[in-house]
Design a protein around this ligand. Structure first.
Ligand SMILES: NC(=O)c1ccc[n+]([C@@H]2O[C@H](COP(=O)([O-])OP(=O)(O)OC[C@H]3O[C@@H](n4cnc5c(N)ncnc54)[C@H](OP(=O)(O)O)[C@@H]3O)[C@@H](O)[C@H]2O)c1
Length: 242
């Protein structure tokens, strides 16, 4: 029977790259997304055409608590089992320290930290023993810069969550890890002005942004190498070493 991976924010950017890497390995996919149906459909069509895998799409906004029950119900209704849960979707808020409101701070924390915790709690019984959970963390949770306080702190929490969860997941025979990407060339980064992108590149030892597929491979390694547990793997091209 084919293994199944559920990827939040799986229709674009890093999530889509993870989906593609796993599709190459024959995984069937459940990809969640927020609003862009067209991109989601395009991703599913491409994965079916290129790799002949079944791709299910589910609109489930990680800022909405109801999405947790919705994802659980979907898995239940279709009688699915999960082998790899990729908690990838995340949001930011770039308001300054002086401007950010409690509401916006809580929104970022809900989406990046609370949502994955309570989704995992809800669906843990539907993940097969021997399976794995992988979060998308961020270099900003390790080497913060001044763009988003809420984002950086929430990603540090994601990294801590991974380490804290290890022992809680032992009874389920599940492993948990995170990938902490530096700067990956997705829509998230492409909206940055050219000058800022240049400045970032000047700090990366390899001199360029990461290609999404270079991140996808790292997720695959964490899913398939069963000795990784509680790790936060940084993939940043040598940021700060230049
Ligand atoms: N790109 C980077 O340099 C970088 C670096 C470090 C960490 N990260 C992390 O990587 C993850 C993915 O980022 P990305 O760069 O791949 O972003 P992206 O290219 O913008 O893709 C975002 C994906 O997440 C979905 N999504 C966005 N907001 C959502 C929401 N509120 N609820 C559910 N799904 C939502 C999108 O669906 P729609 O298209 O429908 O909106 C899309 O599938 C995030 O956790 C981010 O923090 C990114």
């Amino acid at each position: 029977m084919k293994r199944v991976a559920l990827i939040t924010g799986g229709t674009k950017g890093i999530g889509r790259a993870i989906a593609t890497t796993l599709a190459q390995k024959g995984y069937n996919l459940i990809l969640t997304y927020s609003t862009d149906h067209k991109s989601a459909e395009d991703t599913a069509v491409a994965l079916l055409k290129d790799y002949k895998v079944e791709t299910r799409l589910l609109q489930a906004d990680i800022t909405m608590p109801d999405s947790i029950g919705q994802i659980d119900k979907y898995i239940e209704d279709y009688d699915l089992r999960i082998d790899a849960l990729i908690l990838n979707a995340g949001i930011t808020c770039r308001d300054t320290f002086e401007e950010i409101t409690l509401k916006d701070w809580e929104r970022v924390f809900f989406a990046n930290v609370h949502f994955p915790v309570f989704l995992l709690q809800k669906i843990i019984g539907k993940i097969n023993a021997g399976g794995s959970v992988v979060f998308t963390g961020s270099l900003m949770g390790i080497e913060p810069h001044s763009v988003s306080l809420a984002y950086g702190v929430s990603k540090t929490a994601v990294h801590s969550l991974v380490k804290n969860l290890v022992k809680f997941l032992v009874p389920y025979d599940l492993r948990v890890n995170a990938v902490a990407p530096g700067f990956v060339d997705t829509e998230w980064q492409k909206t940055k002005p050219a000058e800022i992108r240049k400045n970032i590149e000047s700090k990366i030892a390899v001199g360029r942004f990461c290609k999404p597929e270079e991140i996808g491979n790292v997720f695959l390694m964490l899913i398939e190498n069963t000795y990784f547990n509680g790790e936060v793997v940084v993939v940043d091209g040598g940021y700060l070493y230049k």
